[in-house]
Design a protein. Structure first.
Length: 274
């Protein structure tokens, strides 16, 4: 009976128009649980943080800061018109710090995602890259891994302006797809730096800046001697950031700093990576 009813239907259900299809980006997650699953499956996940007026203010300030770090007339350090702006001094820079504090606020996905992915993560480096209009392909646009071992270093890239396919987006490889990481301001790309990825040429008209915050696991710090950030004292960090900075932070210009390093390494040796 049911079969004959189906046979006599006058019209098939309407197919969705092509522009109404759900997001096909396999890396995009709308919840923390979904984000953890995607990250564990692919070594990368995209999430969103609210692009409020406050976010956009921080984003705009950091955009200007990152552009000011690129000498226009010189060859970029990542290829022609392509600059990496990782620098130790970034940890003392309000533009990098304010955006970081915003995206890490509890109640947003990133904070809990990082805790779930690797509970021992601590901030190692602040920077990112700037790609200027006309930047051609370079070594940075070849498929590569920043680090060959997984589960040691996590990078969080923050979209501070819209990034489209012509704005030198990052591409990430999953086992069966090549995903172009485009999106609006507030989009975050969280990736294990061992995941296959590449940059791309800049065919657009405005400079593309993509700040990145790098975290190391206890294992990375212990076995690969990757130092966490130590230059900003712990009591200067907002409370929700403190567990992501080194426990025994100390001013780098004091004698106790060297002693602290010895203590820290002993402590971390006792930690388990599971
Ligand atoms: Fe890379």
């Amino acid at each position: 009976m049911e079969a004959s009813q189906h046979q006599h239907k006058k019209a098939p259900p309407p197919k969705p128009r092509s522009d109404e299809r759900p997001c096909e980006n396999v890396l995009y997650a709308r919840s923390c649980d979904e984000a953890v699953k995607i990250y564990k499956a692919y070594g990368a996940v995209e999430i969103s943080t609210p692009a409020t007026d406050e976010f956009m203010q921080f984003a705009s300030t950091l955009y200007m800061k990152m552009l000011s770090m690129c000498p226009v007339q010189e060859e970029g350090n990542r290829g022609e018109l392509r600059h990496c702006v990782n620098a130790p001094g970034n940890v003392n820079d309000d533009a990098f710090y304010n955006l970081f504090s915003y995206i890490m606020e509890p109640g947003r996905i990133l904070y809990n995602l990082l805790k779930a992915v690797e509970p021992t993560l601590k901030l190692e480096k602040l920077g990112g890259d700037v790609v200027l209009p006309g930047a051609p392909n370079s070594d940075a646009t070849k498929w590569h891994r920043d680090w060959e071992l997984s589960n040691l270093i996590v990078a969080v890239s923050v979209f501070i302006h819209p990034i489209t396919v012509v704005d030198a987006p990052l591409w990430i490889a999953t086992p069966d797809k090549q995903v172009c990481c485009v999106g609006p301001p507030g989009r975050l790309l969280v990736r294990d730096v061992a995941t296959w990825h590449r940059g791309s040429e800049h065919l657009g008209a405005t400079a593309r800046a993509l700040p990145a915050y790098l975290f190391t696991s206890a294992k990375a710090r212990r076995e690969h001697k990757l130092d966490p950030v130590r230059t900003r004292t712990q009591w200067n960090w907002n409370p929700h950031l403190r567990e992501f900075v080194h426990e025994r932070d100390a001013p780098s210009d004091t004698a106790s700093f060297r002693i602290a390093i010895g203590w820290d390494e002993q402590d971390e040796t006792q930690q388990s990576d599971g």
